[in-house]
Design a protein around this ligand. Structure first.
Ligand SMILES: O=C(O)CCC(=O)C(=O)O
Ligand SMILES: [Fe+2]
Length: 359
C-alpha cells in the first residue's frame, strides 16, 4: 500500500445560503477535484448539542453488553449492528476484518425505526430519527448547491432525495474504533492492519462527524498516496462550534454525473502519533450516507457542465475502465438498455461487497 503523505488541505464551505450559485461553484470544484470537502458547522442544521447528544447515544450503545447488541445484528438489508472484525472493506489487502464496531439505522417511517433497536436505544428512537432528519436537511443544502454548480435546476437532486416520496437507501451509522491500548486491538500490527479498509461510499453524498483528538481518516490522493484528513482544518480550532462536517461524494452521484464528481477512496488507520501517544483515545464517528428515493432513474443529469466533461473525457468507459460507480456512468448506457434505478445501483454495489466476502 502507498505511504502516508502530508495532510490534505480541503476547502471549508459555508452552506448557510444554499441558493448562492457562487458557493455552488466552490462546492463543485472541490467535489470534482478531491471528492471531499468540509462544510462549516455554523451553516448546517445542527447545534452543538444535537451533535454532542448523538455522540452520547452512540457511546451508550457501544458500551452496552454484547448480548444486547446481538439482538439487532446486521441483516442483508444493511441495517443493524456489526461487531469487531465483522466487516472487511478491502478484502484484497486485509488479513483481519476492520478494527471497528458499527450500528446502521435505515429509514424511519412516521418516526418509527423499521428494524429492531437494542435495549440501550429503545428510549431514544425519536432522537435518533431527529438526528437522521437533520442530516437529510443538511444534505439537501449540499445537493442544492451541487445542482447550482452544475448549472441545473436547483431542486434536481433534492426532489429525488425526499424520503416522504418513498423508501431510500439512506443510512445513519454510529462507528466505534477502539484505541490502540484496548484489548480488542491487541493483535493489531502496523502496516498489516487497518481500522477500516480502503473503500468508496455507495450513495450520493456522505456526511462524517468527527471528535477532536480522535484522528484516523485518510484519503487516496490522485497521486496514489494516503493523505490524513485533519479533524479541524486550519489553525483555529475554536473557529467552529463543533468540528466542520466532512462531506464526500459517493459512487452513485459519481455514476450519475459521469465521473465529473469524484467518489474518492478512503480508509481509517491508527495514525503513528496516536500509537505513540501516552493517552490514545477511542475514535467515535457518526456517518450519514444519503441516497435518492429507491425508484429514482439514474438518467444522465441535464447539465451542460457534465455534458462538456463527457465530451472532453470521451466517457468513463474510455477513461477509467468503467469502474466509476461500477457501471460506466449514466451517460454511457448501452443502446437498448434501460437506466438503472437508485435501488439497483445500490444492490449492485452491495452484491459486489457480499460477493467478495463469500469467496
Ligand atoms: O469513521 C470514519 O472516519 C469513516 C467511516 C467510513 O468511511 C464509512 O463508514 O464509510
Ligand atoms: Fe466511507
Amino acid at each position: 500500500m502507498a505511504d502516508t503523505a502530508s495532510p490534505i488541505e480541503l476547502p471549508v464551505i459555508d452552506i448557510s445560503n444554499p441558493h448562492d450559485p457562487s458557493v455552488g461553484k466552490q462546492m463543485l470544484d472541490a467535489a470534482a477535484k478531491y471528492g471531499f470537502l468540509y462544510v462549516n458547522s455554523k451553516g448546517t442544521d445542527f447545534t452543538t448539542e444535537d451533535v454532542d447528544h448523538a455522540f452520547g447515544l452512540s457511546k451508550k450503545f457501544f458500551a452496552s453488553p454484547a448480548e444486547e447488541k446481538e439482538t439487532c445484528r446486521i441483516t442483508p438489508n444493511n441495517r443493524g449492528w456489526s461487531g469487531m472484525h465483522t466487516e472487511t472493506l478491502d478484502p484484497e489487502h486485509q488479513r483481519t476484518g476492520d478494527f471497528k464496531e458499527a450500528m446502521n439505522f435505515g429509514d424511519f417511517k412516521d418516526g418509527k425505526a423499521q428494524q429492531p433497536l437494542p435495549p440501550s436505544l429503545v428510549p431514544h428512537e425519536a432522537e435518533i430519527n431527529g438526528f437522521a432528519a437533520l442530516c437529510n436537511k443538511t444534505c439537501n443544502r449540499i445537493l442544492n448547491l451541487l445542482a447550482l454548480g452544475l448549472e441545473m435546476q436547483e431542486d434536481f437532486f433534492t426532489s429525488r432525495h425526499d424520503p416522504s416520496d418513498g423508501p431510500t437507501g439512506s443510512i445513519l451509522r454510529y462507528l466505534y474504533y477502539p484505541s490502540i491500548f484496548s484489548a480488542a486491538t491487541a493483535a493489531y500490527k502496523h502496516d498489516k492492519d487497518v481500522r477500516a479498509g480502503a473503500h468508496s461510499d455507495y450513495g450520493s453524498i456522505t456526511l462524517l462527524f468527527q471528535r477532536p483528538g480522535q484522528p484516523g481518516l485518510e484519503i487516496l490522493t490522485p497521486e496514489s498516496t494516503w493523505a490524513p484528513v485533519p479533524i479541524v482544518p486550519g489553525e483555529q480550532a475554536d473557529a467552529y462550534p463543533f468540528p466542520p462536517v466532512l462531506v464526500n461524494i459517493g459512487d452513485l452521484l459519481s455514476y450519475w454525473t459521469d465521473g465529473l464528481l469524484k467518489s474518492t477512496v478512503h480508509r481509517v488507520v491508527f495514525p503513528l502519533a496516536e500509537q505513540q501517544s501516552p493517552n490514545p483515545q477511542d475514535r467515535y464517528t457518526l456517518v450519514y450516507f444519503c441516497h435518492p428515493v429507491d425508484t429514482t432513474e439514474l438518467v444522465p443529469v441535464p447539465s451542460e457542465v457534465v455534458k462538456a466533461h463527457r465530451e472532453q473525457t470521451g466517457g468513463i468507459e474510455a477513461r477509467d475502465d468503467g469502474k466509476v460507480g461500477f457501471g460506466g456512468g449514466a451517460g454511457n448506457l448501452e443502446p437498448g438498455k434501460r437506466p438503472l434505478t437508485a435501488q439497483e445501483h445500490l444492490e449492485s454495489r452491495l452484491a459486489a461487497t457480499y460477493g467478495f466476502k463469500k469467496d
